[in-house]
Design a protein around this ligand. Structure first.
Ligand SMILES: Nc1ncnc2c1ncn2[C@@H]1O[C@H](COP(=O)(O)OP(=O)(O)OP(=O)(O)O)[C@@H](O)[C@H]1O
Length: 261
């Protein structure tokens, strides 16, 4: 198995604040990770490092066989699919859904060519179908519901056939039906052996799709636990991560947590 991402003793500081403290992690190509932790734990910061959007203050970030800092990040980034609300804010409201997805092939936001390759148009349409939003292809991004926007972002993140897929809180802001439907779609991605290595950030264990193999629990920039999900996502580790007594259950492929009485 080849490592898609490798962090060795990675620390990230901003002023006096330590956002991540000596994080080490190896993600192999067949693995699907969830990063879980409370607000401010450093999850988005970690994802930005894994997306070659930030450089570590200390330690080494290896991505797709390259060391970040020793390689042109503009060559690395197209090989990584990133879906985040920060990125979604940059999508013009008047952009058509098909073009939001299609323009990823050209590493731009906003349609910039009148003629795209037929191959790219077919791939975008295939992704819209697999994300179950093909009926929205000609709608503008600004008119979509939150769930439809999340699906559009995931389709865009997959457009370049990435070797690493990063999803920052893909189910946040969705109602119960929207969440369950999206988790179902994400389960399909995670369970598909043809999918890229995937790292998904969430606050909620209920949002962990089936097919996630590993978990990293983060608190105040420190790793509380990391490894195969059955060993790392325990009540004890989750209690330490969120700072209250919790029990965790795993049934029918899904995870549930509640406070311990
Ligand atoms: N430029 C900065 N300078 C100082 N602190 C920062 C800076 N950027 C982020 N932080 C802090 O780093 C911490 C980690 O932020 P991060 O966004 O990675 O957390 P998170 O786990 O994704 O949180 P959330 O779940 O709320 O999105 C937060 O306390 C945040 O306020």
């Amino acid at each position: 198995m080849a490592a898609v991402a490798e962090l060795a003793g990675v620390t990230l500081r901003r002023g006096n604040a330590v956002l991540l403290n000596s994080v080490s992690l190896i993600v192999d190509e067949s693995e699907r990770w969830v990063v879980i932790g409370p607000n401010g734990a450093g999850k988005t910061t970690l994802l930005q490092l894994l997306g070659a959007q930030l450089y570590p203050s200390d330690g080494v970030v290896g991505l797709l066989g390259e060391v970040v800092g020793a390689v042109d990040v503009f060559e690395l980034r197209p090989r990584i699919g990133l879906s985040s609300s920060a990125f979604a804010e940059r999508i013009p409201a008047g952009e058509k859904v098909r073009d939001v997805v299609l323009s990823a092939a050209y590493a731009v936001v906003g349609r910039w060519r009148e003629d795209y390759d037929e191959y790219d148009v077919d791939r975008a349409d295939d992704l819209l179908r697999s994300l179950r939003i093909d009926h929205l292809a000609d709608r503008t991004f600004g008119t979509l519901s939150e769930g439809e926007r999340k699906r559009t972002q995931i389709a865009r993140a997959l457009m370049t056939d990435p070797e690493l897929l990063l999803l920052d809180e893909p189910a946040s802001g969705l109602d119960l039906a929207g969440r369950e439907s999206l988790v179902d779609t994400l389960s399909g991605i995670c369970l598909d052996p043809a999918s890229p290595a995937t790292i998904l950030v969430t606050h909620h264990v209920e949002e962990i799709p089936e097919g996630i193999t590993h978990a990293l629990l983060l608190k105040d920039g420190d790793v509380v636990a990391a490894g195969p999900i059955d060993q790392s996502l325990t009540g004890e580790n989750l209690s330490q991560t969120f700072g209250l007594p919790l029990t965790v259950e795993h049934s029918d492929g899904r995870w549930h947590a509640r406070s311990r009485r």
